[in-house]
Write a protein that binds this ligand. Structure first.
Ligand code: PLP
Length: 462
């Protein structure tokens, strides 16, 4: 298939195909997820599978949490929907109060939508509107990073720097987006460079991009604090985000942090940027906000943008039918209450440390594991054909898919991503278990994962 037209997966007989859902792959009918309880999904193959990745780092409380279910039921009984043109609703107001408690990083307001992509779109549009409101309409450009993922809607896809996902849509993507290198030390830091020198090189590249574009034409720089799907749990080196923040500030541009995957506790602090000491002007959140119980995302916004809207046109010129949806908000409110009241961030840090330790013991010396990295309960192994040269496996071998299948055979769900043809990233697999994971769960996840990796590699042609 041409680049960008590779749905992946294993072959299955066409006669067996029955699903009318246009999902990821028309050639494979996936098993049906029937019920979920705690760490487990029970499916139509009769399997109980440990959700070792919480879907795509979504299910932070696992499945069927009684308190979240009860909150959703209670909200359904009270009110399912009311349009925001006339009304606000209680759970959305309470969710905003809870998420913004203490005004983290000076973020004072929350806009709610239904997904991460919608959140990114809102962030981009709000940045643009802000500059129009304050009389700088020339600011229409955005700088993002290569090998990033910000979502699949057209604006978010244009912001993202994943060339495989962009390829066939390139002609219909906005030209307002420009890309610089990510902070990806495993592959991009030169052997003769210290961490600080590498960070300085990346900062110089960003500064040069501002100069090339014209510093007063740039609205914002957007990045994931810990890169999720496209690189696999890659945190920036110390000092990187400070340097980025300084450059944005010097040129009057906004900093948008996309914490759709890395946020809401996933990396061991409520917000991943807390570990960098660099708050954004706009922060995008989604997955862990509602833990998968309802589709919900949002952006958190700081004071100067809100002031500009208040003094200017009076509000955000944007919105969706289902924004601040009562049931989605009630679900997210319950998820966020549970995380706080049960002290689950402590568990994320403790179980994260155990996951790192066990992964390193099991796979750290594996000749096809190039790097093991992550934070909190957000970990990834990057696979290489050769550790010394970091050469990737032929993407046609679909090692990531093989690992996913072998893991499933052993009762583990993990989150696989393919390597790249240009060798800029190896196959990698993310483990991002729910925050409720116990030590026994972590042991089981790593044991099954390790065996799956061995089996998948043994299945490769010689
Ligand atoms: N941004 C990041 C960093 C993501 O990881 C994702 C999804 O994986 C998105 C945005 C898009 O979110 P959604 O799939 O909910 O639209």
């Amino acid at each position: 298939s041409p680049v960008g037209l590779t749905p992946g997966g294993c072959a299955a007989s066409h006669a067996a195909m029955r699903s009318r859902l246009l999902q990821r792959n028309l050639r494979v009918d996936p098993p049906l997820a029937l019920t979920g309880q705690g760490m487990f999904i029970h499916d139509s193959n009769g399997r109980a599978v440990i959700d070792g990745s919480g879907g795509a780092a979504v299910a932070c409380l696992g499945h069927g949490h009684p308190r979240v279910l009860e909150a959703m039921r209670a909200q359904m009984d009270r009110l399912s929907y009311a349009h925001t043109a006339l009304y606000s609703c209680e759970p959305a107001e309470q969710l905003a109060d809870l998420v913004l408690e203490g005004e983290p990083g000076g973020l004072t307001h929350l806009y709610l939508c239904s997904s991460g992509s919608e959140g990114v779109e809102a962030a981009l549009k709000l940045a643009r509107q802000y500059f129009v409101e304050i009389g700088q309409p020339n600011r229409r450009k955005f700088i993002a990073r290569r090998q990033s993922y910000h979502g699949n809607t057209l604006g978010a896809l244009a912001a993202g720097g994943n060339m495989m996902r962009r390829a066939i849509y390139q002609p219909i993507l906005s030209d307002a987006f420009h890309h610089v290198s990510p902070c990806y030390a495993y592959r991009d830091r030169r052997d003769d460079e210290s961490d600080a020198q590498y960070v300085a090189r990346l900062a110089a590249e960003l500064e040069a991009e501002f100069q090339t574009l014209g510093p007063d034409t740039v609205a914002a720089f957007i990045a994931e604090p810990v890169v999720g799907a496209t690189l696999g749990c890659v945190a920036a080196l110390p000092g990187y985000f400070q340097a980025v923040r300084a450059i944005c500030d010097r040129h009057g541009a906004l900093l948008i942090l996309d914490e759709v995957m890395s946020g809401m506790g996933r990396t061991g602090t409520m917000h991943a940027w807390e570990q960098e000491g660099v708050p954004p002007d706009i922060q995008v959140v989604a997955k862990g906000l509602g833990g998968g119980y309802q589709p919900i995302g949002g952006i958190m916004i700081g004071g100067r943008i809100i002031e500009a809207l208040r003094d200017g046109s009076g509000g955000f010129m944007h919105g969706h039918t289902y924004q601040a949806h009562p049931i989605a908000s009630a679900a997210a409110l319950a998820v966020q209450q549970v995380i706080r009241e049960e002290g689950l961030l402590d568990n994320v840090r403790a179980m994260g440390a155990l996951l790192e330790q066990r992964l390193t013991e099991r796979l750290g010396n594996h000749r096809h594991v190039g790097d093991i990295r992550g934070r909190g309960l957000f970990w990834c192994a990057e696979f290489v054909a050769d550790r010394a040269s970091k050469a990737v496996f032929d993407p046609a071998l679909k090692l990531n898919e093989r690992i996913k299948r072998e893991a499933y055979e052993r009762g583990l769900a993990c989150y696989p991503m393919a390597g790249t043809i240009d060798g800029k990233r190896g196959d990698h697999v993310i483990l991002s278990p729910p925050y409720i994971a116990t030590a026994a769960d972590i042991e089981a996840i790593v044991a099954r994962f390790g065996d799956a990796v061995d089996a998948a590699i043994a299945s490769l042609p010689p």
